[in-house]
Design a protein. Sequence first.
Length: 138
Amino acid sequence: MKSYRQRLEFNTRDRQEFINITSQVEEVLAKSGIKEGLCLVNAMHITASVFINDDEGGLHRDFSAWLEKLAPYGKEKYQHNLSGEDNGDSHLKRTIMGREVVVAVTNGKLDFGPWEQIFYGEFDGKRKKSVLMKIIGD
């Protein structure tokens, strides 16, 4: 069994952003040479997420509105912010949207269902962040 590791780096323009990283993941998979196995894609920051869903703008706006209702931004709202931070909401949003995804690799391709794409979700942006990819298999 082989393994391949690479990081993707992001510097988002907005505090909250969803970025389709499917093509970048596919490029790394091709570089790995692995044809059968698993591909882990993991947000390396406690205020960011990686998730799989449809690449549709209305859905992404729905995610943003829904997350803001569940965990609204605001320094006075969270015990975490008493430490001097202002990102208590971002930690909760990350927990809701998830830390990582694992995708099967078949014949050297990501083995997706219809419409599935991989997204990086940023909830405390405007600074450098990264995603770890670890691909294992043959």
